[in-house]
Design a protein around this ligand. Structure first.
Ligand SMILES: Cc1cc2nc3c(=O)[nH]c(=O)nc-3n(C[C@H](O)[C@H](O)[C@H](O)COP(=O)(O)O)c2cc1C
Length: 239
């Protein structure tokens, strides 16, 4: 298969598209961020990269706190709006009719419509060039109760989370495998896989998924670090 050689650029896809909320000077704001990801399991750390010219940049730099609100595909319109308008000009919470709720550990509000809210405290800011990277500790994870099953798993496949692929908002609904399935042995596994490659009911698992509260984290086989049970989490890039 031939490959065209392109100049270096940001072609890694798909990426998330999340709503990052902040509070500073008595004002709340929200912006859309795709340059975000998990960078460490223990301690749980994530990053967001933001251009210094953004209104949110100044707010987060000053307050040292933010919340990553993970939206559903149904919220694509709101995600786009928060990514093309500035909090310097418009109250995006009002404009999008977001239900603002208190977070548990930080002052920035959460957006109740999002099934996951990840509360973060900034540890370090790296000036990388066009973007500055905020490395942050995850201090709390709020998961939508109606999406948690009896075994305390976050039903990712039902959450219809949003992702962003080269200028298009897409939904993540079709599981195509399960963590470790490539090496799992078992009666009929291969045949089953052949018959139902995208079988309903499988859910994506990943090393490094956030853990639930200690009270609900119990049971089952021995787990390795980074494989604990917990709520399963699962561009043209504007970054
Ligand atoms: C899908 C999408 C992803 C984006 N990702 C980022 C990002 O990772 N970093 C960034 O600085 N801006 C990003 N933006 C642009 C900001 O969201 C946008 O400039 C926003 O208006 C800034 O709002 P604020 O001025 O209220 O902070 C993105 C926009 C969209 C639509």
């Amino acid at each position: 298969m031939g490959k065209a050689v392109w100049k270096p650029g940001t072609m890694l896809n798909p990426v998330p598209a999340v709503l990052v909320t902040s509070r500073h000077g008595g004002k709340d704001n929200v912006l859309t961020v795709s340059w975000t990801g998990t960078i460490c399991t223990e301690p749980p750390l994530l990053y967001i990269s933001i251009r210094p010219e953004r209104h949110s940049y100044r707010m987060i730099k000053a307050s040292k706190e933010f919340v990553v609100n993970v939206p559903t595909a149904d919220m694509a319109h709101m995600v786009d709006f928060c990514g093309v308008t500035s909090g310097a000009d418009v109250d995006k919470f009002k404009a999008m009719n977001f239900s603002k709720r208190k977070a548990t550990k930080v002052k920035a509000p959460i957006i109740a419509e999002c099934p996951l809210a990840i509360e973060c405290r900034v540890e370090e800011i790296l000036d990388l060039g066009s973007h500055h990277m905020f490395i942050a500790s995850v201090v709390a994870v709020l998961a939508e109760e109606s999406l948690i099953d009896k075994r305390n798993r976050f039903k990712l496949e039902e959450a219809r989370l949003l992702c962003y692929i080269h200028g298009h908002y897409c939904s993540t609904t079709k599981p195509v495998g399960k963590f470790g399935f490539s090496i799992r042995k078992g009666k009929g596994t291969a045949a089953r896989r052949k018959r139902r490659p995208d079988a309903k009911g499988s859910s994506l698992e990943e090393p490094g998924a956030p853990r639930p509260s200690p009270a609900s984290a119990g049971g089952g086989r021995k787990k390795h670090r980074g494989q604990e049970k917990g709520p399963r989490r699962s561009g043209k890039n504007e970054g």
